[in-house]
Design a protein around this ligand. Structure first.
Ligand code: SF4
Length: 212
């Protein structure tokens, strides 16, 4: 099998570089971001241009929040907005705790799938140059994450009808940024370690993007 693969590679030589980078979903598609968090109509052009210049393939990872939090709209997070003004406010803290527990479990499963994909490239003899996450994301942050409990508290106290994009990003996102990795990145690192895969991680700076 392995010998046949090498023979095919020799006789069917093609243009591939044999190098790929795994990127967070919203690097190629900001339409999946939280409402108020998209700063471009689509891809982060400068990141794509840099990777193209480097001659690497770009593998788009699934968006963990889309997958775990109820789709593109993140429907499961909707009750958190203005929760302190509703009759469910006493349930907010236990609900937040359950939400975080559920997220951890969902991310473990998703991280396993991505780690398998990374392993597949490595087994095929290609090089996975990096995983590029999103700094300032509670899920995809590599060096910068968010205090998710603080975010949920702030969301609960706000009046959804009075929000605006700049204020939301400043009060909810920037104010809760802190050093550390997001929950999905942490789960992916664990899954890679378990499989003996060593891939460098880097991040695109979401905080710089939304405060620009
Ligand atoms: S940072 Fe991660 S979780 Fe957030 S929108 Fe991008 S891919 Fe989805």
């Amino acid at each position: 099998m392995l010998m046949k693969r090498e023979v095919l590679r020799r006789v069917l030589n093609d243009a591939r570089s044999g190098q790929v980078v795994f990127v967070s979903h919203c690097m190629l598609n900001q339409n999946v971001r939280y409402q108020g968090g998209a700063t471009r109509p689509g891809a982060v052009a400068e990141v794509v241009a840099r990777l193209q210049r480097a001659g690497v393939g770009i593998v788009q990872m699934p968006c963990p929040e889309q997958r775990a939090w109820g789709g593109v709209d993140k429907r499961y997070t909707m009750p958190a907005y203005g929760a302190d003004q509703t009759r469910f406010r006493r349930l907010r803290r236990p609900a937040s705790w359950l939400f975080l527990l559920y997220t951890r479990l969902a991310y473990r499963r998703l991280a396993g799938q991505v780690a398998r994909d990374i392993g597949d490239y490595v087994r095929s003899g290609q090089s996975v140059q990096a995983v590029v996450g999103v700094g300032g994301s509670p899920s995809c942050g590599v060096r910068t994450t968010l205090d998710l409990k603080g975010v949920l508290d702030t969301l609960a106290g706000c009046d959804p009808a009075q929000l605006n994009t700049d204020d939301f990003n400043r009060r909810v996102i920037v104010a809760h940024a802190r050093p550390g990795q997001g929950m999905f990145v942490a789960a992916l690192r664990r899954q890679l370690r378990r499989r003996g895969l060593d891939v460098p991680f880097d991040e695109h700076d979401l905080i710089a993007e939304i405060t620009h």
